[in-house]
Write a protein that binds this ligand. Structure first.
Ligand code: NAI
Length: 340
């Protein structure tokens, strides 16, 4: 008996010192759509993130299995699964970050805008619950069309009286991930050393990679090469949709990108200085109300929306060409949120 009690108190002591040894604030991350193609690998990657203390996995189906599975991994984050509308509140309560990959993905021949009718409603419902249960959380919107779902979220939060433009992010990290890989391959440099800002929006020509600002700089690339790299970055999603031939869109690289972006948000919240990622946010960088550009992340979310920097003539032309489509997509989102 005494030896049992001793071992129990040793376990408790070890547990306490373990959580204080990490020296990190407790952070809860919720993933909505956690049982999906993106949701599952994203749940895995967030479980591996040492900055996460609590991981809440929500979906309309399948989350008990995903949560049980992920929970066996040897990392500190405590995992819980939630399923169905009546568990959404509990899933969200106390969240510091809510990542949303809920909704349907593209099939060959579809544009991201073709997803609007289904995903707009899903995003609207989920954001209504966020406004109620965790109005201060940073929202990482992955569900497409991001160019419209982010404005929908903003409208929902405005109506609920909880909107804070510093806390709403469209996740465009996959465009950056692709631009880096394609640039590294063409310029023959290590991808881990590469950085490429990608601005504008997250669909077709609204995706504008700024290869003139890519680092490490190279003069090995011709104007034709840059044009081809730009087009490949813009069509990167379609490349995957076609290769998957009806089985959906990017899930694994998207989960990676989502995990990179959420990690940057967590670092910002925890006070790490100079955390910068591209994201589609409320913006005054152009005349459009939302725009993707480099964003500095801090304790309240967006600390500063950074400008575009110097653009090449090719990029200036791309910027002018994307504004019409991006404006239409933003307005479509706002209209939907106000009419439904
Ligand atoms: P999927 O169909 O494999 O998974 C979606 C999940 O959402 C399913 O598990 C489904 O049950 C769940 N879901 C549906 N309605 C829900 C609701 N009301 N609440 C919670 N969960 C709900 O789709 P996948 O491949 O994971 O893609 C998800 C979304 O991410 C799509 O809209 C896709 O277009 C988008 N996407 C965005 C990218 C980006 O760069 N931002 C890249 C790739 C995909």
């Amino acid at each position: 008996r005494p030896s049992l009690m001793r071992s129990a108190s040793q376990v408790l002591r070890r547990r306490r010192s373990y959580s204080s040894a990490s020296g990190q604030p407790e952070r809860k991350v919720a993933i909505l759509g956690a049982a999906g193609g993106i949701g599952q690998p994203l749940s895995l990657l967030m479980k591996l993130n040492p900055l996460v203390s609590s991981l809440s996995l929500y979906d309309i189906a399948g989350t008990p299995g995903v949560a049980a599975d992920v929970s066996h991994i040897n990392s500190p984050a405590q995992v819980k699964g939630f399923m169905g509308d009546d568990q959404l509140g509990e899933a969200l309560e106390g969240s510091d970050i809510v990542i949303i990959p809920a909704g349907v993905p593209r099939k060959p021949g579809m544009t991201r805008d073709d997803l609007f009718n289904i995903n707009a409603g899903i995003v609207k419902n989920l954001c209504t619950a966020i406004a109620k249960y965790c109005p201060n959380a940073l929202v990482n919107m992955i569900s497409n069309p991001v160019n419209s779902t982010v404005p929908i979220a903003a409208e929902v939060f405005k109506k609920a009286g909880t909107y804070d433009e510093k806390r709403l992010f469209g996740v465009t990290t996959l465009d950056v991930v692709r631009a880096k890989t394609f640039y590294a391959g063409k310029a023959n440099v290590h991808v881990t050393d590469v950085n490429v800002p990608v601005v504008g929006g997250h669909a077709g020509i609204t995706i504008l990679p700024l290869f003139s600002q890519a680092t490490p700089a190279t003069n090995a690339l011709s104007a034709e090469d840059i044009k081809a790299l730009t087009k490949r970055t813009q069509d990167g999603g379609t490349e995957v949709v076609e290769a998957k031939a009806g089985k959906g869109s990017a899930t694994l690289s998207m989960a990676y990108a989502g995990a990179v972006f959420a990690n940057a948000c967590l670092k910002g919240l925890n006070g790490v200085p100079d955390v910068v990622e591209c994201s589609f946010v409320q913006s005054t960088v152009t005349e459009l109300p939302f725009f993707a550009s480099k964003v500095k992340l801090g304790k309240n979310g967006v600390e500063e929306v950074l400008g575009l920097g110097q653009l090449s003539d090719f990029e200036k032309e791309g910027l002018e060409n994307l504004k019409g489509e991006l404006k239409t997509s933003i307005e479509k989102g706002i209209k939907f949120a106000n009419e439904n």
